[in-house]
Structure formats: structure tokens, C-alpha cells
Design a protein around this ligand. Structure first.
Ligand SMILES: [Zn+2]
Ligand SMILES: [Zn+2]
Length: 338
């Protein structure tokens, strides 16, 4: 099958032919048409994930049709339409046993410690996958673990979002942000979208954002937010937006951090969070339960895919440049052509 290989930190990414995957007893092989490019893949390439084993097939956003099953696979059949978690949970620890497999300390990550998704076919254990309802567009199946499911987890499980709350999404024009604003709307929030790119504002309004905030207006407008400020800020960026996210919060407001594009420490003004009773929380990935919820919202049409571009396996480096330079509005996908 065709796959892309990342040779090493800052190394070349090139397409090649490798052996088709064969499932172990508890595994299934999924044949894909699409996979997503995640900012995490760029950070892996830059060397920020020390556990990554090179050379590797990068990527972790998996969906498609089951092509093969191992001997002990029971619930999933060849021909089923499925999507996978971005990691392989151990299935045995306290987190896995309580439905919090996103916190499994023993997990393997696709595209870092095991072969990833930039390939025609991917194998994962049966315990990684959920069924994808027929009404879900393929683009949304592909991003149901790492984008919509992850955002659902951050807003709902970590952020405990309530209908009617003011929710701020930073990096709103990015692949995560454009879908996060839609999940927040679907969960009943009034959505404030923060973007540094003026040209992305119109599209954000089109997909239902209530208030678009550009960098230069943010500090002025944050003081006059209706309701006294933001109840729940979802920071998809990290260092460049963290301070603004924190300062946007009203008394008792929560900040959930899911992005870290510049992996260096941020300043945390303890006086401010004590005085205002704010909460700052990290949120990691999604569970299978979150994926099911996100796929239900996708099947209902509450989330629409916003795709910046589709590239093939020979043009991944171009896609990485586009994302680094923030030229993409929405998710960049890889189209796997056979
Ligand atoms: Zn991802
Ligand atoms: Zn575990």
C-alpha cells in the first residue's frame, strides 16, 4: 500500500510503498479514503514529542471501512464503517476501566509510537473504534476523534458547558477552532470567536459564530462582553492567546486548554485566578464515548465540515507550510488515491 514516511525530526516526509498491514488477533485493518493533518503532526516533525520513533508513518486521524479482522474480533465485521481513537489505550488500567481511556498512562499513540494514518490502510485493536452512522460525511468521520470528539470532551466533560453560557474559542479559524465553534453552538452556547486573521472573520460568521473578535479589538471589547465576560474559554492555541483567554473570564469562569503551538511555559497570574475564582484545566483527546457524541451531532447536521484543502501523499510538506503560516481556514486533509 501507499504510505508517507517521516524520516526523523525535521527530516523529509515522502511517499512510498510499504507492506499491507496484517491484523493481530484483536486487531482490525481499516481502509481509508481520507485522513487529517493535525498540528500535533507538525510538532512531532519539529521534535516536540520525544517518544516518537523514527522513521514512522505519521498521522492519527483514522476512519474508513473495515477490510480485515483478527481471529478474536467479535463486534466489528469486514465492511463496517468505523472511526478510531488517535491512540491505543491499554484497556486494563483504572482509567481504561472507568471510561476515561484518554488519560491511560500506558497508551500508544498512532503516528508516534506505532504506525500512523498517512496510509491507505491502518490497523488498530477493536477496542479503539466506534461505528460511524451513515449520515456522517466522510470528512467529519475522519476528524471525529481528534477534532470534534476532542472538542466535545473539552467543552462538555472538562469545561462542563451549560446552554446559554458565553463561550470563547481562540484560534477560531484553524482546523480545530472552526469545528469547536460549531460544537459549542450545538451545545447551546453564545459563541465568541477569536482569530488573528481578518479574512477568516466572514466565514466564522457564516458558520454561526455570534461575535467575531480580531486581535486588535479583543482588549477593548473584552471589557464590554455581555453578561460580564466569558463563562468558558476554550484555548486551542496556547502561549499566543493564553493571557487573553484568562483575562476574558468572568468571576467563576473556566479556561480549558487544548492547544500548545509554541511548547514553552506561560505566565499564570495566581492573584487573578484566586480573586476571580477561575479554573484552568487541561483537556486531552477524546474517549470513544466523546466520539459517539460528536458523530451524533455530525449525523444531525449540527456540525458541518470546514476543509481548507485536500492534498495527496506527495504534497504533505506543502500542507505543513500552509498550516505553519496559518493560510488554512479549516482542516487540511490527505486524500488517499488508489
Ligand atoms: Zn490530531
Ligand atoms: Zn489504560
Amino acid at each position: 500500500m501507499k504510505a508517507a514516511i517521516m524520516e526523523g525530526i525535521n527530516g523529509k516526509i515522502h511517499s512510498t510503498n510499504i507492506q499491507d498491514p496484517e491484523p493481530a488477533d484483536d486487531e482490525i485493518v481499516i481502509r481509508q479514503n481520507l485522513t487529517g493533518i493535525c498540528y500535533r503532526d507538525l510538532l512531532t516533525h519539529d521534535g516536540f514529542f520525544p517518544r516518537a520513533k523514527f522513521p514512522i508513518v505519521p498521522g492519527h486521524e483514522v476512519s474508513g471501512i473495515v477490510a480485515k479482522t483478527g481471529k478474536s474480533v467479535k463486534k466489528i465485521k469486514v465492511g463496517d464503517r468505523v472511526a478510531s481513537l488517535i491512540y491505543i489505550p491499554c484497556g486494563k488500567c483504572e482509567y481504561c476501566r472507568s471510561g476515561r481511556e484518554n488519560l491511560c498512562p500506558n497508551k500508544q499513540t498512532l503516528g508516534e509510537t506505532v504506525q500512523g494514518s498517512y496510509a491507505d490502510m491502518v490497523k488498530v485493536p477493536e477496542r479503539c473504534v466506534v461505528r460511524v452512522p451513515p449520515a456522517v460525511p466522510e470528512e467529519l468521520a475522519t476528524i471525529s476523534a481528534c477534532v470534534t470528539g476532542m472538542v466535545y470532551h473539552a467543552l462538555s466533560v472538562s469545561g462542563q458547558i451549560l446552554p446559554g453560557e458565553n463561550v470563547l474559542v481562540t484560534g477560531a479559524g484553524g482546523g480545530v477552532g472552526v469545528h469547536a465553534v460549531q460544537v459549542a453552538k450545538a451545545l447551546g452556547a453564545t459563541v465568541f470567536a477569536y482569530t488573528s486573521s481578518k479574512w477568516k472573520a466572514e466565514k466564522l460568521q457564516e458558520i454561526g459564530v455570534d461575535h467575531v473578535l480580531l486581535s486588535d479589538e479583543f482588549d477593548r471589547e473584552v471589557k464590554s462582553f455581555p453578561g460580564g465576560g466569558i463563562d468558558l474559554a476554550l484555548d486551542t492555541v496556547g502561549l499566543p492567546t493564553f493571557s487573553r483567554s484568562l483575562r476574558s473570564l468572568k468571576f467563576g469562569g473556566r479556561l480549558v486548554v487544548i492547544g500548545n503551538v509554541q511548547p514553552v511555559p506561560v505566565e499564570l497570574p495566581l492573584g487573578l485566578i484566586i480573586l476571580k475564582g477561575n479554573r484552568v484545566e487541561g483537556s486531552i483527546s477524546s474517549t470513544r464515548e466523546d466520539m459517539k457524541k460528536a458523530l451524533q451531532l455530525s449525523a444531525k447536521g449540527s456540525i458541518k465540515p470546514v476543509i481548507a484543502d485536500k492534498v495527496d501523499l506527495d504534497h504533505i510538506e506543502d500542507a505543513y507550510s500552509m498550516m505553519k503560516e496559518k493560510r488554512n481556514l479549516g482542516r487540511v486533509l490527505i486524500e488517499l488515491k488508489r
